[in-house]
Ligand binder design. Structure first.
Ligand code: ATP
Ligand code: MG
Length: 357
């Protein structure tokens, strides 16, 4: 058979294998229901401290990139400005309350840079993996970036969700998804995939939602939140009617191209990935990494090894946790993945299993 035909067949096989790989890893309806009940219960308790408080989910439980048994990300929003609540104080009060009133193991971190409360529930027959949950305070930007990710997923769920979910599983199995150990958060990997689909693929698979003008002019207050421009085009119905990609590559092909791009083409040393603005230079952002060696500067140096601009908090490097060794490992994994997918094109299922070993 002609090599081109064989290759096409492999790509289609890879795409259907990706769908089958991801499907059983999605959260069950039962899990979603239990988590929503837990959120409701905690919200009710928190309202006894501050009646105007609401408890919202963000992150993967509502951006459509959630995997089975993932952690819950929750945030308390306090709607009454006259309540005058100080986050670290509120975290401590919540900690006492939940300790008294629930079975959760409660760990307040009121002194952290962003004060949070960590809750865990040990595994039980009904919840074989238990529950782990972080509650932050007033982190309204997180709600907005969750909505942005969800809107991107909604434009082309079959390809976008499949790619992101697969890469999240891959990153976890290959142990390169530990911000505390020098590698990258799930949020960072998700931004890399979206950047690739918006700015690298030609023709693009996704539009740049932060650059599509609003249908009716918005007022300044509608767009600004905590001093950041959080505008993006979120009218999914209009997008569905008026925007469609002319890139029809199967998801398997996109996956290979993703790995290839980050193995060989992206200039990690001097480039910044910006979902908002495309490729930027570290220099233009002031995120240079070759300042002094030693002492405090040694830490500053490691902060900008990998640079991923947050979509709204544009002075913030989402990948600041990635160390020199961490980046070396991540790049090594991109190369390994490229090798596996391009050198063993007979059985896609086996290639995926090998990839995530
Ligand atoms: P997982 O299923 O692995 O928990 P996730 O989609 O919830 O994945 P996380 O990395 O847990 O991803 O991030 C959850 C949310 O927390 C993100 O949507 C984002 O709002 C915020 N977040 C996480 N990491 C960062 C970061 N480095 N910088 C800024 N915001 C972050
Ligand atoms: Mg999470």
């Amino acid at each position: 058979m002609h090599p081109g035909v064989l290759h096409r067949r492999f790509l289609n096989d890879l795409s259907s294998s990706l769908f089958s790989f991801v499907l059983p890893l999605l959260p069950t309806n039962e899990e979603l229901t239990v988590k929503e009940e837990v959120r409701g219960l905690i919200e009710k308790l928190i309202k006894t401290i501050e009646p105007s408080a609401r408890l919202l989910s963000f992150g993967s439980s509502c951006n459509s990139f959630g995997l089975r048994n993932s952690d819950m990300d929750l945030v308390v929003l306090i709607d009454d400005p006259s309540a005058g609540i100080e986050p670290s104080h509120f975290v401590a009060m919540m900690g006492d309350l939940l300790e008294r009133e629930t079975n959760f193991d409660v760990k307040p971190l009121p002194k952290a840079r962003i004060p949070i409360l960590k809750l865990t529930l040990a595994p039980s027959p009904a919840l074989p993996f238990g529950i782990a949950c972080d509650i932050g305070i007033e982190n309204r930007l997180a709600i907005e970036n969750t909505r942005l990710l969800l809107t991107y997923a909604t434009i082309d769920p079959a390809r976008v969700r499949t790619l992101v979910l697969f890469l999240k599983v891959w990153a976890k199995r290959r142990r390169i998804n530990s911000p505390y150990r020098g590698t990258l958060s799930s949020y960072g990997f998700t931004l890399m995939v979206l950047y690739f689909l918006v700015h690298v693929k030609q023709p693009p698979v996704l539009p740049n939602l932060q650059r599509i003008a609003p249908i009716t002019p918005l007022s300044e207050e509608q767009v600004m939140l905590e001093g950041r421009n959080v505008y993006f085009f979120d009218d999914v119905e209009t997008l569905r009617q008026e925007w469609s990609s002319i890139n029809y590559e199967p998801v398997g092909e996109l996956l290979i191209d993703f790995f290839r791009f980050f193995s060989h083409d992206f200039q990690f040393n001097n480039s910044v990935l910006s979902l908002r603005a495309g490729q930027l230079t570290k220099e233009s952002k002031g995120w240079v990494n070759d300042i002094d060696v030693g002492g405090l500067n040694e830490m500053a140096r490691d902060r900008n090894r990998l640079c991923i601009e947050d979509p709204f908090e544009v002075t913030y490097n989402v990948a600041r946790t990635v160390t020199k060794d961490g980046l070396y490992t991540i790049r090594g994994e991109f190369m390994r993945a490229t090798r596996i997918l391009t050198q063993r094109p007979d059985r896609a299922v086996l290639a995926l299993a090998e990839l995530c070993r």
